[in-house]
Structure formats: C-alpha cells, structure tokens
Design a protein around this ligand. Structure first.
Ligand SMILES: NC(=O)c1ccc[n+]([C@@H]2O[C@H](COP(=O)([O-])OP(=O)(O)OC[C@H]3O[C@@H](n4cnc5c(N)ncnc54)[C@H](OP(=O)(O)O)[C@@H]3O)[C@@H](O)[C@H]2O)c1
Length: 298
C-alpha cells in the first residue's frame, strides 16, 4: 500500500485529504500543532512546520512516503500583501524545504496552487495559459510552482480555486462566511464581477486521490463544474439552504475595496483532469444539497 504524507492536515483541504485518503492509502498527517483536529482511524499525526528545513528532512527520512501532498500554505490573500516575508517563508521556502527533502527518496510531490497565478483577463484558464499574478499571494504560489519544477523530483501541480466546505476548527471560507452570515440574519455584499468555479474540499481531495492512484505527473486543474460569479454562488447557497436571497446584495469589486487585487475572470478549465484522471465533479446544486445535510447534521 502506498504511503502518503499530508502537510497542513488540519486545514480545510488537509482535513478532506485525510478523510478521503485514509481508506485507500497508509496516511501520515502533519500539522504545525502536531495533533489532529479531526482524528481518523489508522492515521498517524506528527508535528511539522514546513518552514523548518531540518524538520522536513527528518520527518520525510523517518516516514519514507511514496507521495507528499502539500496542503500547508499561508492562504490569507489580503494578509499576504501586509505580511510578505511570512507569506514567502511558508508558500515558497516551505515548498523548497519539502522538495529538497523529497529528493532523498524521490517521493512524488503534489503541490497545491491557485488560479490567482493568472490575471483574470481571460478565464477560465487552461493548464498551458501564461501566468501573470496580480497580488503577492499569487506571486508566491507561482514561485512555489517554479521551485517544484526546478528541483528535479517527480511532481504534480494541482491548481484549484475557491475551496469550500466545513471542518473542525477551520478558518472561514467563502461558503462558511455566506452560511453563517445568512443564518445570523445579516445582509451580505457579494461581488458580481469575480468569476470562478468553486469546489468542495472533498471533491478536490477525490481528484487528488485519482492522480496519486494513477501516479500521474504534471500540471492539472481541479475545480468545480459551475463557472459563475461570487454573487451567483452566494444566491445558490441562499436558495439551497433556505435563506431569503434578497439578503445577498450585489456589489462590484470597485465598491468592495479589497486589499489585494483580484482576478476578475479567473477560474480553471478542468477538461484535462476529466479526461486523464477521470475527475468528475457533481453539479453545484447537488453538491450544495449534500453539504446542507452535513452542515445541519453536525
Ligand atoms: N482556499 C482556497 O480557496 C484555495 C484556492 C486555491 C488554492 N488553494 C490552495 O490550496 C491549499 C489548501 O488550502 P486550504 O483552503 O486548505 O487552506 P487553509 O484552510 O488555510 O489550510 C492551510 C493549512 O496550512 C497550515 N500552515 C500554515 N503555515 C504552515 C506552516 N508553516 N507549516 C505547516 N502548516 C502550515 C495552516 O495552519 P494554521 O491555521 O495554523 O496557520 C492550515 O492548517 C493551499 O496551498 C492553498 O494555497 C486554496
């Protein structure tokens, strides 16, 4: 059975990866805390801060994984504009540490990246479209892609966008912000001019599982089926969860004034992953309906 090391295992995607991979592979999860927020049967959990090169080496030497999935990152897009050096330490140096450590046993490194490496003038984007990040987060993630390419190890770069879902003690994501705000009876302002194709964390984890199962290398775009604006997504959440849709107020990006510049027509074409990996995300309404049962159950 293949042995898989997951970093950032307490994050939104990290938790979904542990859940999806646990039944298929031998999984070693790692996090800065060193303790699982959502323990899974048969999964070992170790402490690992990916900024620590020596710790990366010793964990990888000890575990000897066939594949490393790096779900650890500094993901606060606006925060990256203020905390550039921290962003670089985690998102670029951390990846370099893992890639160097992976050289010892030539483990496959699966690096998560983003549609924010594109400028959003012409999305959704294909794998070979030229990158041109607008903000520091996107710049750091593109630099990380280049680090992975240059190290000479087997690698897969998975670009995704707007991951949503629930988990134990996770930070707010776009879906949770909509859900909690509407549930509290608040009005929310959501942009009508930022487009992408959001994906449920478990669907993304399943796509990564297919890639690891097939030992596929290279760059793949894994994202949801529906390409729509953030406003349209929020309205769909309101409708499926039974909140008044008038509480979702349409605004433009210019009106909202976010710190970091955002790609307007972002998002990712997923044809390659569908063809080569058998990636098959469900229609948005079906995904939200199943998420509703999960959220309401727990
Ligand atoms: N979320 C999105 O919409 C989105 C879109 C495109 C791409 N991605 C990419 O997908 C990946 C997973 O994102 P996510 O949504 O699951 O993010 P997340 O929920 O923020 O999880 C990231 C995890 O990394 C951990 N981490 C941060 N610094 C670390 C370090 N130095 N060493 C070890 N762990 C560290 C965080 O721990 P702390 O909480 O303790 O900091 C957190 O648990 C990232 O590479 C991200 O760039 C995300």
């Amino acid at each position: 059975m293949k042995k898989i090391l997951i970093t950032g295992a307490n994050g939104l995607l990290g938790q979904a990866l542990v859940e999806i991979f646990a039944g298929h592979f031998q999984v070693v999860a790692t996090s800065r805390e060193g303790q699982a927020v959502a323990p899974a049967a048969g999964v070992t959990h170790l402490p690992l801060d990916i900024r620590d090169a020596r710790a990366c080496k010793s964990v990888i030497r000890e575990v000897r994984p066939d594949a490393i999935i790096n779900a650890a990152a500094y993901t606060n897009v606006d925060g990256c504009e203020y905390e550039k050096s921290h962003c670089w330490e985690v998102n670029v140096k951390g990846v370099e540490n893992l890639a160097q450590a992976a050289r010892r046993n030539m483990a496959l490194l699966v690096q998560l990246s983003t549609d924010y490496i594109f400028d959003g003038t012409n999305g959704p984007y294909g794998e070979d479209d030229p990158p041109n990040p607008l903000g520091y987060y996107g710049k750091s993630k593109l630099a990380a892609e280049n680090v992975v390419r240059m190290t000479g190890i087997p690698y897969a770069i998975i670009r995704t966008n707007v991951i949503y879902g629930t988990g134990n003690g996770i930070k707010n994501n776009f879906f949770l912000w909509i859900y909690h705000s509407l549930k509290a009876g608040k009005q929310i302002n959501v942009v009508t001019d930022q487009y992408n194709n959001p994906i449920l964390a478990q669907e993304l984890a399943e796509g990564i599982r297919l890639l690891v199962e097939k030992s596929q290398y290279g760059v793949y775009h894994l994202a949801g089926k529906a390409y729509l604006s953030r406003y349209e997504f929020a309205v769909q959440v309101a409708e499926v969860f039974g909140f008044p849709r008038e509480r979702v107020r349409p605004v433009t990006t210019a009106e909202l004034g976010q710190t970091a510049p955002r790609p307007m027509r972002g998002g990712l074409k997923i044809d390659l992953a569908m063809r080569e990996l058998g990636f098959a995300p469900a229609p948005l309404q079906a995904v939200l309906t199943s998420l509703k049962s999960n959220v309401e159950a727990g």
